[in-house]
Every structure is written in C-alpha cells, then in structure tokens.
Design a protein around this ligand. Structure first.
Ligand SMILES: Cc1cc2nc3c(=O)[nH]c(=O)nc-3n(C[C@H](O)[C@H](O)[C@H](O)COP(=O)(O)OP(=O)(O)OC[C@H]3O[C@@H](n4cnc5c(N)ncnc54)[C@H](O)[C@@H]3O)c2cc1C
Length: 424
C-alpha cells in the first residue's frame, strides 16, 4: 500500500520550546507549517522548567554581559540576539498573554509562576496562526540527497517540505521526549556533533544525613570543595537544596562542570558552612547563652535555635553516633558543644559524582555553531535545514539563558525558513 504523502512549506520536527516558537514565527510569516511531535502533549520539558515556575529568560540589560554567559558561543550570538533578543521575546510573550516579572539575578518568570501557562500560550498561538500539529508522530527517518533533505518519515506517513526545522532538543531528561534523535540525524547529514555530557546537573552525595533530608533548602550557605584533603578553588554560595540523591540548587548546578574536573583528580569532599556570615566564636557564645537560659532542655531542642531553617534535622542526623543529642543542656560537655559548632560551620560530606543525563537540566554537546549561519539558524551543510535550541553546542549556566536561546533561535529559524522556501 502506498504511504501517505504530506506536504508543507516548513516542517518542524519537535514541539518543545524552540520548535513551538519557530512554528509561530514561520506561520505568521505566511508559510504552511506542520509540526511533528512524538509525545501526546507539546512542551513536556518546558512544563517542568524552573521547578514548574519557568525561568523564561534573563533580563540582564547589558548585551555584552548577557552574552558572556554563553561561553565560546558569545561572539556568534551577537547577531541573533540583536535580531530577536530578550525584549523582543518578552514582548512576544506579553502579546500571547504571558505577563512576566523579573526576580533576583535578572531571572524572568511568568507572573502566574506556572510553566504550563507558557506552554499552553504557545500552543494557542500556534493554533491561532494556523500551524498544523501532528502529535504522537515520532520521526524515525530523515532522507537526504545532494546535501538536502528530501523527506522525513513517521510510522504512518512521509512528509516533504521546502524547509525543515530540527528542534528535537538535547539529551537531558529523556523522559520528556528529548532522546537525542536529532544528534544522530545531524551526524548522518555530515554535521560535526560534539558528544553530550551532563552539564548543569546536581551532585551525588554518599552520606545519608544529606539524602535522608531530601526537600530541605539551606538558604545562603557556602560550600568549599577539597580534593584528597587539599582545598580547591571551587566554592559555591547560595541556596542549597538537599535531594534524595545529593545536593542541588542553582549555585550547585552551575558549578557541576568544575566539580566534574575535581572528581577526575581524586576524592572530593564538600565542607558546608550553614552560617557563612557568623564566625565560630559567635556561634559558640550563642550556644553557651542558650544553654544557660534553658538548663532543663535537651540539646536536641536547642539545635533549631542556632541552625538555619531546616538544617537542625540535618545536624541531628550528622551528629548521631558522635554526640548524645538527648543530653540536658546543663550537662553538655565542651567537646559536644564544639562538635555542634563544627557541624554548623564545616559539615563534611563526600561527593560521589555528577548526576547523569536523566537529572541534568542541560547537557552540553551538539552542533558546532561554526556549521550554522547564526543570522538565520540555517545549516551550512544541508541547504534546506534550520537547527534550534538544545541541539546547538552552547554552554550556559542556569538562569533563563537556555530558554532565551530557544526563543531567539526558534524565532529566527521560523522566520527565515518561511522566507526562503525552496520549491517542494
Ligand atoms: C528540569 C529542567 C528544568 C529546566 N529549567 C529551565 C529554566 O527554568 N529556564 C531555562 O532557561 N531553561 C531551563 N531548562 C532547559 C530548557 O528546558 C531547555 O533548554 C529547552 O526546553 C530546550 O528546548 P528545545 O526546543 O531545544 O527542546 P525540547 O524542549 O527538549 O523539545 C524537544 C521536543 O522534540 C520532541 N522530539 C524528540 N525527538 C523526536 C522525534 N524523533 N520525532 C518527533 N518529535 C521528537 C520531544 O518529544 C520534545 O517535545 C530546564 C531543563 C530541565 C530538564
């Protein structure tokens, strides 16, 4: 039986952040657009961004400063960000019903603080502009000849188009649908693809006093890292989130690459200071005073008065077996008191590794920007192909920089794919 043949001006593979943005831009520019998504729902990864709040962009007003967050890609991104940058993206979102607000470190969030609102607004914008969406449509083959894509196939049909936009994402969180399919096709088509490794990712920890307290957030803490007993230069400051496998939080995520380097050198031990602004003698004096004021209470019940919120439970678990926390404060020895102070200022635990791609926020790897015309996001290797989002090899920290990259590259790819439609 002949296979179903479907034609479009612009065919987009992948209905994530960048694919949906590309679809709206191409359709608004007058192209007949079809978007293929393998999942039942669009934007699965977008819906879990920012812990469900969606850090949609970063409003750093100084372009040079903003772009310095993209490592080696900084230079190549001047042109695309001046064509469709942060303000253009935020105006676009306002127009489709997403008002935004800026928080600390210029992180931009939707006022509703719901990532699903952002995904749903993009879905509605696609509907309004006439994009045809085929869900449950996993592309399993991309057929090329003479440096051009001829057609792509799903289980049920072949699709051909004037231009193709590849927006299948990277390899982090494969459960959302981003399984790296695009990397394999890009390689086959002659692109050089850097192998992905987890980049912005949490750290795995050995000690159960950390993992048992999953869900605890230690605010404004500081962690120093030691390799085989030697203090390294790597220090993390900010809010630390304890998880059932180790530690996370923006500051930790953004240091993962450096910790990866330390792990190659030897055994890595972290030393957490839960009260970086207070020195040991001050904490000791506070404890002595609290013991005098509460002579009949147990040490256990005093710990929450000296530990930052949530940290008392970590402290109790880490002190277990070392000191008796049930002892009355009037009977606390100097050794016990000092041990408590040590645990507040230098809580030691072992880093066993970086969490893998299944937990990573972003993985590096992807197509070298030298092979993409970043003014249009058109491939320099395959003439009717445009590439967006996490498929591009661009390192960046967390803070809204990844999604902004999707809005910029998605918009430019959509617009230019629609403008330069080849005859099908
Ligand atoms: C937990 C988490 C939190 C994050 N939080 C933030 C944040 O707050 N701010 C920020 O800036 N960034 C954040 N990121 C990063 C951000 O989500 C990604 O950079 C962004 O989603 C990448 O978009 P994309 O369009 O490139 O690909 P994706 O969003 O990964 O979308 C790719 C789509 O292609 C589909 N697809 C794949 N293969 C096929 C195929 N063969 N056929 C058809 N469809 C296919 C997938 O199902 C998927 O829907 C976070 C990431 C994670 C994992």
């Amino acid at each position: 039986m002949p296979r179903h043949q479907i034609k479009a001006d612009v065919l987009i593979i992948g209905g994530g952040a960048s694919g949906m943005m590309a679809a709206v831009a191409a359709s608004r520019a007058g192209a007949k657009v079809i978007l293929l998504e393998k999942n039942r729902q669009l934007g699965n990864k977008l819906r879990i961004t920012g812990g469900g709040r969606c850090n949609i962009s970063n409003a750093e007003p100084n372009q040079r400063e903003l772009l310095s967050n993209y490592g080696n890609a900084k230079k190549a991104l001047y042109s695309p960000y001046s064509r469709f940058g942060v303000q253009d993206s935020l105006l676009f979102f306002k127009e489709i019903g997403i008002d935004t607000k800026t928080e600390a470190k210029q992180r931009v969030f939707p006022v509703s603080e719901r990532a699903s609102d952002v995904a749903n607004a993009l879905v509605s914008a696609m509907e309004r502009s006439g994009v045809v969406v085929h869900k449950n449509s996993s592309v399993d083959q991309v057929k090329t000849s003479n440096s051009k894509i001829d057609f792509v196939s799903t289980h049920g049909a072949d699709y051909s188009a004037g231009n193709y936009i590849l927006a299948t994402g990277g390899t982090s969180r494969p459960d959302t649908g981003s399984t790296g399919d695009g990397f394999a096709w890009l390689k086959t088509m002659g692109h050089s693809v850097n192998a992905p490794t987890p980049d912005i990712t949490p750290l795995a920890v050995e000690e159960s006093f950390i993992t048992k307290n999953a869900g605890t957030k230690i605010t404004r803490a500081s962690i120093s890292f030691f390799v085989d007993g030697q203090k390294s230069k790597v220090v993390v400051s900010g809010d630390i989130l304890l998880t059932h496998f180790g530690i996370s939080g923006p500051a930790v995520l953004n240091t993962a690459r450096n910790i990866g380097g330390l792990l190659k050198q030897g055994r890595v031990v972290a030393s957490l200071d839960s009260a970086p602004g207070t020195d040991t003698s001050e904490i000791d004096a506070t404890l002595i005073k609290l013991f005098e004021q509460n002579p009949k209470k147990q040490l256990n019940s005093i710990l929450p008065l000296v530990a930052p919120s949530g940290f008392a439970s970590v402290l109790r678990h880490s002190l277990a077996g070392k000191v008796d926390c049930d002892v009355k404060t009037s009977e606390v020895s100097k050794f016990t008191r000092q041990t408590v102070v040590d645990h507040l200022k230098e809580l030691k635990f072992t880093i066993t590794g970086l969490m893998g791609l299944e937990k990573a926020v972003v993985a590096d790897g992807g197509v070298d920007l030298a092979e993409i015309d970043t003014k249009t996001m058109r491939s320099k290797v395959v003439s009717n192909l445009y590439v967006t989002g996490d498929l591009l090899h661009i390192n960046r920290p967390s803070g809204g920089f990844s999604l902004q990259l999707c809005w910029t590259t998605g918009h430019l790819a959509g617009l230019n794919a629609a403008k330069n439609i080849a005859v099908v």
